[in-house]
Write a protein that binds this ligand. Sequence first.
Ligand code: FES
Length: 186
Amino acid sequence: MWVSRISSLGAQAIKKLAQGKSAYIPGTQYLCASSSRIKTSLQLPLQTHRYFCNTAATNSHKDGNEEQTINVTFVETDGTEKQIKVPVGTNLLEAAHSNDIELEGACEGSCACSTCHVIVMDVDYYNKLADPSDEENDMLDLAFGLTETSRLGCQIEAKPELDGIRLALPVATRNFAVDGYKPKPH
Ligand code: FES
């Protein structure tokens, strides 16, 4: 399984480079860790879905109409709550970066890391989210402190029914690309 994952990540990286974008290529340490981690987590019920990743956030504000926003609260590791307004159609990683919330996002929304891991605090909101793709589930398996309501922030798109959602930031993330380095949002 991890061999095909390597091919997939390589293809993603080449595609991004060809488009002139930066690419995140997990190193050997990542691959070793993921193979054992995936094995142990395959039993999780989250593995059963069949969707592909949405990697690009969109702005819904292109036609001149009034921008619709929803309220999203991020709860940081020290308990500090930050409530922000997020335009419908924006993914929550982008929204966090636009509001100086420390959600890492090492692969910039390519669904190739787990550093944008967030925990949906209310299961009712969790159930309103689209099912995670297989790729998202694979990355979630690598997330530190995985919970039953964990998701990747870059894969959650703001929708009107998510107004009021609360997301907790995990106490740590796994960044196997460069230890301890937190890339700044663009
Ligand atoms: Fe890497 Fe979301 S930023 S998976």
